[in-house]
Design a protein around this ligand. Structure first.
Ligand code: ARG
Ligand code: ZN
Length: 874
């Protein structure tokens, strides 16, 4: 069942053209596929059979060069259709029937509300028709859709519309042609009664592109931001990478039932509606930001993914890591670059580092898989994005851009490996990147242990860096990585020193990228007057953990004086981690923990600093998450972490009441909300202040929250208030939640928020409430967003309640995974993540979590997706 990278072989047959015709109907859709096929192997050594992939298909007819194949010429097996002894080149016509409505896995052609749509990545096309469903088989597609005209007035497929017209019996048709060769995973069709929001973009060469966003009629008014983001993305890719769009039309369709975020199908993106729809009343600043990011991401795939695609699925990061990097850079240019970088690092550390440290750790380019959908992971996407960023850091922006140009020039129209990408970078940058390739092949998060030495007599300051990487599944030993370590030196007054490495002529810049290649390396800086404070890993130049024995004073100096915003933020986070972990130890030893005065004072200093950017300040004043704190513990103690972190929040809320109120008032809105008013940082800070004020649970604070909740003209403020109320043991809590539900019951996206607020409440009775919500008429196990908002939110974002010592949280999750297994295996598998961390907990919790994994594995009809993750986790 396991697929290995080393077993890759070129396809035996290639498909040149695909002509598809669909008689669309939610209950029974008939698909006729005419494939022009040509042999791709040396037939002198024997003619190989043609093996097509197919799942959940009813085969109706099979013709070769127009003649119905006799049964002995083919076999329909488990997941395949084999045609024996085919000629050198031929036309195969396959007719199959499928049932979109019964397709609850949401892979292939399925129904979402009133419409039909497809999701083919990674292996969904084989659920539509028999095909060589692998990315290195690229073909030109022509697609005809036929459907009932009144229920499906809109018929869309990839490429350009070539013809449309009416048919008898109230039906109609549309024919689409995509001139670009593409792998089957980029195929898409959509049919339904959809409103269409038009826009247009003129490319750098002066071509006009029609932009079309398709949504259900009721959502017509919620598309402006997506459209604007698309235009920004198109312009940005031209300016930053010289990449122009290549078809006459770019379509985006929003669907409510979607397994992932969105899909980059050629010319016809299909999106989870949460990444399209927004209005000030229903979407938060974060939602607006996420839409911009995902719209950008899918658009950027047109070049990094579609024009140049992956040879096989082991190369997934070739397109995903690179496109994540591109969307991060896009967002950084649209918003605040430092704040975006901090958010990206937070995400990497809270989700990818734990993955890399657990039983599901895998390299950015995995060696094997059972189910490829399980490898659409934080590692492949986000660590993969960091790997690209490191290339840019090592080569410098200019050479990196030249490398990108070379990559496009060499490989446009091809399906390639990661190696081809890195080779283009190596050639453009004139660098040897062979050691760098280890980032793709070795899993685990490297640790950099740094020590230093200052010799006052000679003025030499020496930094010694040792790298190591813990063992991960299948990789007990690691070879050293090639790591860019960006750094600077500060004197005690916080001034940046010009950096002069021994043996170099003149002092250089104040930031340098040291290149680590060996296990231990020393760097000697000359002309240093007094012992400096090292500012390390500027801009988080590598996805590593850094160990250096900073003193309190060092951290304060970096926090207030370093030129690098990431380092300033990080210094504060390190202080907060040290503080909270100290409190955790006190709590565990049953001593009375107390928050030291120094912490309160430095918090106050930051809070009242008028010069700082509000958004940055909000990041700096946000304590590390419970899950990040958990990562710092040998044996995770969820209750103690919760208590310690809450103690800090309560103390800040009590001691700095006036400062918090003032900071909050300074951020009070002066004009009606607009998502692009540049005040998102202000709103974040304001809501953060409110949450600190609410921590001690005073009546006064509850009053402020209720006032904000009632008066808000936008979802950011409304939800900010409701979130703190949801965690408060006060009568207003239910009142507010109830009012919110009544107001928004017809808006799916908002009701998702309503579910997750309750699921992530730290109140002791949360699990009981979650069980009640499972029975709520608006809970729908078939809708992935709803599952994520309740089951996912509770188990992944409510550590203290999920890790209930009696194991009730675990049993709940086990039950839901088993339920989802038969409905939507991809979503079931996604829900398993919390169980994969079982080794990090105490013996009692370990037993309880293992029991759930065993219970899941005992299920007789376990989907491959769930089986792989559960088995590897145990
Ligand atoms: N390529 C899409 C994106 O990142 C993700 C689609 C993955 N879908 C899946 N079912 N594995 O933009
Ligand atoms: Zn992607």
């Amino acid at each position: 069942q396991t697929v290995y990278q080393k077993d890759y072989a070129a396809p035996d047959y290639l498909v040149e053209t695909v002509e598809l015709s669909f008689d669309l109907d939610p209950d029974l859709t008939r698909v006729v596929s005419r494939l022009k096929i040509r042999s791709n192997h040396d037939r002198a050594g024997g003619v190989r059979p043609l093996v097509l992939d197919g799942e959940e298909l009813t085969l109706v007819s099979l013709k070769l060069d127009g003649v119905e194949l006799e049964p002995y010429r083919y076999q329909a097996g488990e997941g395949t259709l084999t045609v024996n002894d085919p000629p050198e080149s031929f036309v195969l016509e396959v007719t199959t029937e499928i049932s979109p409505k019964a397709n609850t896995a949401l892979s292939g052609l399925y129904a979402s509300g009133p419409m039909l749509c497809t999701q083919c990545e990674a292996e969904g096309f084989r659920r539509i028709t028999y095909f060589t469903d692998r990315p290195d088989v690229m073909a030109v597609y022509t697609v005809t859709l036929r459907a009932d005209k009144s229920s499906c007035p809109v018929l869309l497929a990839n490429g350009n519309l070539v013809e449309k017209g009416d048919l008898p019996d109230g039906r109609h048709f549309a024919t689409w042609h995509d001139p670009f060769k593409k792998p089957s995973y980029l195929f898409a069709v959509v049919a339904g009664d959809l409103a269409h929001i038009p826009g247009s973009f003129t490319t750098m060469s002066g071509r006009q592109v029609n932009l079309e966003i398709y949504v259900e009629e009721k959502n017509r008014g919620k598309c402006d931001h997506a459209l604007r983001s698309l235009i920004e993305a198109m312009r940005w890719d031209e300016e930053q990478f010289g990449r122009e769009y290549d078809l006459d039309t770019y379509m985006v369709v929003a669907v409510d039932d979607f397994n992932m975020g969105a899909m980059e199908n050629k010319g016809l993106n299909v999106f989870n509606s949460r990444y399209v729809l927004a209005s000030p009343e229903t979407a938060t600043d974060d939602d607006y930001q996420a839409i911009e990011e995902v719209i950008g991401h899918e658009y950027f795939h047109n070049w990094t993914g579609n024009r140049i695609t992956c040879r096989d699925w082991f190369q997934l990061s070739l397109k995903e890591g690179l496109t994540i990097f591109r969307d991060q850079e896009f967002s950084a240019d649209m918003q605040s670059r430092p704040v975006k970088r901090i958010a990206d690092v937070r995400l990497l550390r809270s989700s990818q580092f734990p993955e890399d440290a657990g039983p599901l750790a895998h390299p950015v380019r995995p060696d094997s898989y059972v189910e490829i959908n399980n490898f659409y992971s934080m590692t492949v996407y986000h660590k993969g994005g960091e790997v690209i960023r490191m290339l840019q850091t090592l080569l410098g922006r200019e050479a990196f851009r030249a490398g990108m140009d070379l990559y496009f020039e060499r490989h446009d129209g091809q399906a390639v490996r990661v190696d081809e990408f890195v080779q283009a970078m190596a050639d453009a940058g004139k660098r040897d990147l062979s050691q760098f390739m280890r980032w793709y092949n070795q899993s685990g998060t490297p640790v950099l242990t740094v020590s230093d030495d200052f010799e006052p007599a000679s003025g030499v300051y020496t930094l010694t860096v040792t790298q190591s990487c813990p063992p991960t599944p299948g990789q007990p030993e690691k070879e050293p990585f090639h790591i860019p370590l960006a750094m600077g030196l500060l004197d005690r007054q916080g001034r940046e020193l010009p950096l002069q490495l021994e043996g170099e002529k003149s002092p250089g810049a104040t930031t340098r990228v040291l290149e680590l290649r060996q296990e231990t390396q020393s760097f000697r800086f000359t002309g240093v007057g007094s012992k400096p404070v090292p500012s390390l890993l500027r801009n988080f130049s590598a996805p590593v953990k850094l160990v250096y024995p900073y003193s309190e004073d060092d951290l304060t100096l970096l926090m207030t004086s370093d030129s690098d915003p990431f380092v300033r933020w990080e210094a504060g986070q390190v202080q907060a981690v040290q503080l909270i972990m100290g409190l955790v130890r006190e709590i565990q030893a049953e001593r009375a923990p107390a928050v030291p005065e120094t912490f309160i004072r430095s918090f106050a200093t930051l809070l009242t600093d008028k010069r700082q950017d509000r958004a940055f300040l909000a990041e700096a004043l946000t304590l590390p998450t419970e899950s990040y704190l958990a990562e710092q513990m040998e044996v995770i103690d969820p209750a103690a972490i919760r208590e310690a972190r809450e103690l800090v929040r309560t103390t800040v809320g009590e001691r700095l009441r006036e400062e918090l109120v003032a900071a909050r008032e300074a951020c009070a809105p002066k004009s009606p909300y607009h998502p692009d008013d540049g005040l998102a940082g202000c709103r974040r800070l304001k809501n953060l202040c409110l949450s600190y004020l609410m921590a001690p649970g005073s009546r006064e604070a509850v009053g402020m929250a209720m006032e904000q909740f009632r008066g808000a003209d936008n979802m950011t403020d409304s939800l900010g208030a409701l979130a703190t109320l949801a965690g408060c043991d006060c009568p207003e809590r239910d009142e507010a939640l109830e009012a919110f539900y009544r107001k928004w019951r017809d808006d799916r996206g908002v009701i998702d928020k309503w579910f997750s607020l309750q699921a992530t409440s730290r109140l002791p009775q949360t699990l009981d409430r979650v069980l009640e919500l499972l029975e709520h008429p608006d809970f729908d196990i078939r809708n992935p967003n709803r599952v994520r908002s309740l089951v996912g939110a509770f188990s992944q974002a409510n550590q203290v309640r999920f890790h209930d010592a009696e194991g009730r949280g675990y049993r709940f999750l086990g039950d839901q995974i088993l339920r989802l297994n038969g409905i939507n295996p991809q979503i079931a598998a996604r829900m398993l993540t919390p169980f994969s961390r079982w080794r990090r907990f105490d013996a009692g919790r370990q037993e309880l979590m293992k029991k759930e994994l065993e219970r899941i594995l005992a299920e007789p009809d376990l989907a491959r997706d769930v089986y792989e993750l559960a088995a590897k986790s145990l």
